[in-house]
Write a protein that binds this ligand. Structure first.
Ligand SMILES: [Mn+2]
Length: 408
């Protein structure tokens, strides 16, 4: 096995190389794909921990850096976004590894991490924004520090990971398939089952996936994501009439949308923490990826949500709306939402008429907004260019060092 060989060969190298991956399906599959593709790795760290210990995600990286990484290692971090709640602490944790004599490679595809790339680079961290695509994370990371090539199994793993992230790039590249979607669903169930006790170590699963590819996933587990049995159709939307499974709400809605060939699905969940019923709406991600101009439920519903004085939170493609003490009241509102989403593409754009005497004012205020936007873009490009230059410098240093270790 090619990857097993590289792991053995790596023992002779001086610096131990540690791969740290996010604990979700995308992080797990991306790590497996990179190892499968021949990335030399001595140890994998991928931990979920709800009990308070260090875990491999945005808010747990400090503990991982402090307790799990020996001085003088080579650390590769993938798919863990900079913690937007406390970016400085995240950056300091990675910078702390540098002062422990570690080389740090940070690859991430979350747009929220982009503003911090330059700071990371300034700390001597080889930081690369590979986004926004989840599939691209693997391709770019592998091109920069891995073998540069993905065999069929590595590619399948990268695709499954991107599907777990509901990333549109796999659709754009024509790499999505119903079978790989089944594997992604089954893997999600597997991951959730492993974490049922509040704590899970996925490093063995990653090595297993790298070694056996799809055979490491029990495809039958996909059936554990329940599909609602009773529903009503409203043009492009479907409404689930029974309460959604507490753990699988949005994914059950996805399955229902697929079963009924609809773009949108709506249903009612029970929020156990707040002891209320909430309405959930989704747009089928494969549809949105194929037609990016389709309205997301979030913005499409903002009007009715505002007019009813309700709350809306979560991703615009899968928002959670309102809080109801009664299931039937929630279902009634869900039905209204299904009607709106069902006809959303038939609704023409709202235009506002401007009185003649206020035209100048309206135009200049629009103009100011456009200017402000352009200035923001100019600033982002400037920062981006500086970051790119720094990346190239670090890459040159990296190749120089690789060459030296190879011929020494
Ligand atoms: Mn991801």
């Amino acid at each position: 096995m090619a990857w097993a060989l590289t792991v053995t060969q790596s023992q002779s190298m001086t610096k131990p190389r540690i791969l740290v991956a996010h604990f979700d399906g995308h992080g797990i599959c991306s790590a497996a794909a990179l190892i499968r593709a021949g990335l030399r790795v001595d140890r994998v760290i991928c931990i979920y921990d709800r009990t308070g210990g260090p875990q491999t995600h945005a808010e747990g990286i400090e503990g991982i850096c402090e307790h799990f990484i020996p001085p003088g290692s080579e650390v590769i971090i993938i798919d863990i976004p900079v913690n937007v709640k406390n970016p400085q602490s995240f950056i300091n944790a990675l910078a702390g590894l540098r002062s422990k004599g570690c080389d740090v490679y940070y690859f991430d595809h979350h747009e929220t991490s982009l503003p911090y790339m330059l700071q990371l680079l300034r700390h001597g961290i080889f930081a690369v924004y590979t986004g926004p695509g989840a599939y691209d994370l693997v391709v770019i990371t592998n091109a920069m520090i891995g073998s540069g090539k993905l065999d069929e199994i590595a590619d399948q793993l990268a695709i499954i990971g991107a599907i777990c992230d509901r990333s549109s790039d796999v659709i754009k590249y024509g790499k999505w398939s119903a079978t790989l979607q089944e594997y992604a669903d089954a893997l999600d169930v597997m991951i959730r089952n492993m974490s049922a006790g509040g704590k899970a170590d996925y490093s063995q699963l990653i090595l297993d996936l790298a070694n056996r590819g799809l055979n490491a996933i029990d495809i039958n587990l996909a059936k554990q994501i329940p599909v609602p049995n009773t529903y009503e159709s409203y043009k492009d939307a479907v409404l689930a009439l029974e309460q959604l499974h507490p753990a699988w709400g949005p994914k059950s809605l996805e399955k229902l949308a697929i079963k009924c060939s609809k773009r949108y699905a709506v249903g009612v969940s029970y929020d156990q923490r707040n002891k209320v019923y909430v309405v959930r709406a989704i747009i089928l991600w494969t549809e949105k990826a194929a037609n990016p101009q389709l309205p997301s439920p979030g913005p499409a519903l903002s009007e009715i949500v505002r007019s009813r004085g309700l709350t809306i939170y979560g991703h615009p493609d899968a928002p959670v709306i309102g809080s109801f003490t009664d299931f039937n009241a929630a279902l009634e509102f869900a039905r209204e939402i299904a009607r709106i989403l069902g006809e959303v593409r038939y609704v023409s754009r709202v235009s506002h008429l401007i009185e003649e005497r206020t035209v100048a004012e309206a135009v200049s205020s629009d103009f100011a907004k456009i200017l402000e936007y352009l200035e923001r873009i100019a600033k982002a490009l400037e920062t981006g260019a500086e970051a790119k230059q720094k990346q190239v410098e670090l890459l040159e240093q990296l190749y120089e060092r690789e060459r030296r270790t190879r011929y020494d």
